[in-house]
Design a protein around this ligand. Sequence first.
Ligand code: ADP
Ligand code: MG
Ligand code: MG
Length: 355
Amino acid sequence: PSLRGHNEMMGDWPSLAGTSSGSGMPLLVQRTISRQIEIVREIGKGRYGTVSLGKWKDEKVALKIFNSTDEDSWFRETEIYQTVLLRHDNVLGFIAADISGAGSWTQLYLITEYHKHGSLYDYLHTKPIVLAEALKLAYSACCGLAHLHTEIAGTQGKPAIAHRDVKSKNILVKNDGECCVADMGLAVCFSRLHEKIDIGSYDRSNRQGTKRYMSPEVLDQTFHPESFEAYKASDVYSFALVMWEVINRIIVNGVGGEYMVPYHDAVGEDPDFDEMRKVVVLEGMRPEIHVGWHAHKIISTYSATMQECWSARPDSRLSMLRLRKTLNFLVNGGRGAAGSASSESDRKPSTSSNS
Ligand code: ADP
Ligand code: MG
Ligand code: MG
């Protein structure tokens, strides 16, 4: 199947099918790129393949090569990156998608902008950070997710997109200290125009993101897949865990500053579904809140907001947009109009209305 063919299959969703792509690059140009890329070294490994640093002309690019058995994951991720109006400073920049060979020799590529710091997970491993850096990382990642979640109305609009695999390994750190959201392989879309949730063209029933970051409602199977709000609220829970990973990396009164993965003290290295359910749902456990955080105005607000976002009840979590407002307020030193107390109208609605 050619890339062009895949684009035409996108049918229902607004896209730049056939003419250009999310990168603004003609498809024909895209299709020749992977043959012109020189692989420098491997930089990452995920569930669906390997990511390498590549050289294309004089530019550094990231080349994600999918296992040939994961064509559906490649297809989905390519489809999402080509969504109209997806491009944003805090969403990984798509360059091209390509396919080469045939049969068991098929190679599937996704080419994106390269970020030398790698994932937020890797970045947080390297050194402790100061509060200003932490707020910048959390706020910018939230901006990317809020952009995904927001539907832009109109025929050339953008559907709302829920990520479904939010975690520090799927968020990259750019040179300027801001984050961008990556790994769209599990994303789901919703547009009011179509009034239906698009979960992609393959059966993804057994692919629901990373167990450690799974929301309580996914773990106890009370998740409502027919409501798009449910997908967004699950992203907010997972992102609250990422917020904790970030804030836990600052040193407050000589305490903290070690990198720790969420629930490091409660589950093993590769927890299974039941292990996570026991800890998150039955015991209602959440990552540790340090006492030192309470005394600091900005950190205590950050912490209270984060805890609201990992609530066991999806409808008492903030929306990604409301969270963005609060984090922006904190980035500005607690000054500005956003205020710290969340009002009822800013809370995520529990109905299927899409805001
Ligand atoms: P998977 O879908 O297999 O999980 P990802 O897209 O999450 O693959 O990429 C796997 C890892 O590769 C990431 O966690 C990150 O460490 C690294 N990586 C991915 N894309 C880039 C990029 N554009 N620049 C730098 N590192 C990247
Ligand atoms: Mg990944
Ligand atoms: Mg993936």
